[in-house]
Design a protein around this ligand. Structure first.
Ligand SMILES: [Zn+2]
Length: 400
């Protein structure tokens, strides 16, 4: 299976392929478990909108309406601030990883346990795999609307309301999964005006236009007409920027492993390209800053690491909310960078900050701490030696 994609996940796994569900580049703090689903008949989607990353109002900020040429979609009914929670939804179905042929019986069992109203709502969702003259199938619906909830597994969820959000290669919303609250959430990743359509990304939007078009046709059978795909005048520059983002993302682990300072420069370049290209996804920026944080732990003074962790934390607040487990972990790293236990494996946690912290074997922790101490000692000796050299040089200059 694959799930709605946005960001690094699809790129890392080779992107969209037929027979999979939409993957989200969202982070999870726990894998989905169908036994934790709400009982049949319980209310499904939609918690109220909120402002400032908290749910503070019961007034919905969007409505699902017909959109010319795009079926149903979500339209903002009022202005929405960047980082505002648009919707938090309890999934109607949990989709464990595995081929559909293997999982079909489990999916059917879950579906059969839903209330009649939920079944009707599921069967009203889009099925881009429907054959001409045939009815929608559960498999086709799950493939079309399933969303990934973890960056390191193929597990996913089916959400009735969030499934209605259409795709854009320059989305103004992004989704995240909270494995503790068992909720899929959508936050605005830029300021949105009343009347604008709310869009998510189904694929890794950092691909050039032709590649995005191929993935969307192959995975979802539509031709994208978003602003990024329709803009002809700037398409060449846009493609160049997105191709650079892809390449920098691929290069980063190797560059960072060889030279942490050079890796941090790559992250800075990526952040600049996100700005220039108008890709507002804070999930991607959070991951980049978190990577830089881990490299900074190797590369220099704790203040650098703290600064990158602080940036990652700010992006996490905007894309996941103040109380999301990852936001909380990142705040902890910003306050105390050396509390990070995986200093020696920057790539290890980049998609799931904090996830492996409690799961790490105690012996491994001792090993990691020993490495941290050794590296810190070497770095501090290097800095002392460099400072001494500078002092000597300064003294000579003064003497001269
Ligand atoms: Zn597009």
């Amino acid at each position: 299976m694959f799930l709605r994609a946005a960001g690094v996940v699809a790129a890392a796994r080779g992107g969209v392929s037929a027979g999979a569900l939409r993957r989200a580049a969202t982070a999870a703090s726990a894998p989905p478990d169908s036994s934790k689903l709400p009982p049949a008949g319980s209310p499904g989607p939609s918690k109220p909108c909120g402002h400032g990353l908290e749910i503070s109002s019961g007034v919905p900020c969007f409505e699902i309406v017909n959109i010319a040429g795009a079926g149903l979609g979500a339209i903002a009914t009022r202005d929405i601030a960047c980082g505002e929670l648009v919707v938090a939804e309890t999934p109607t179905m949990m989709l464990q990883a595995g081929e559909f042929s293997v999982q079909t019986a489990k999916f059917n069992a879950q579906f059969n346990n839903l209330s009649r109203a939920q079944k009707r709502a599921v069967l009203r969702l889009s099925d881009c795999w429907r054959m001409a003259g045939k009815r929608r199938s559960l498999e086709g619906i799950l493939r079309t609307n399933g969303m990934g909830c973890s960056s390191d597994s193929d597990d996913g969820v089916l959400c009735l309301e969030i499934s209605r959000f259409n795709h854009s290669c320059a989305p103004n919303c992004e989704q995240s999964w909270d494995g503790t609250a068992l909720q899929e959430r959508v936050h605005a990743c830029s300021a949105i005006q009343a009347g604008q359509e709310l869009c998510l990304s189904y694929i890794d939007v950092r691909a050039p236009r032709a590649e995005r078009a191929h993935r969307l046709r192959e995975g979802y059978r539509f031709n994208c007409r978003c602003a990024a795909c329709s803009e002809t005048a700037c398409s060449r520059a846009s493609d160049a920027r997105r191709a650079s983002l892809q390449q920098l993302g691929r290069d980063l682990p190797m560059v960072g492993a060889r030279d942490p300072a050079a890796g941090i420069k790559v992250v800075s370049d990526m952040l600049l390209l996100y700005d220039q290209e108008g890709i507002d996804l804070h999930t991607l920026r959070k991951q980049a800053c978190y990577y830089a944080f881990q490299l900074a732990l190797h590369a220099g003074p704790a203040a650098w690491a703290s600064g990158w962790a602080e940036q990652a934390y700010r992006h996490s607040r905007l894309c996941c909310g103040e109380h999301h487990p990852e936001t909380v972990w990142l705040l902890g790293y910003a306050r105390d960078p050396h509390s990070h236990p995986a200093l020696w494996t920057p790539a290890f946690e980049v998609c799931n900050p904090g996830k492996h912290r409690s799961a790490m074997d105690p012996a491994l922790k001792v090993y990691a701490l020993a490495w941290i101490s050794a590296i810190s000692l070497v770095l501090s000796m290097g800095m002392v030696s460099e400072r001494s050299t500078v002092h000597v040089r300064d003294a000579r200059l003064k003497a001269d």
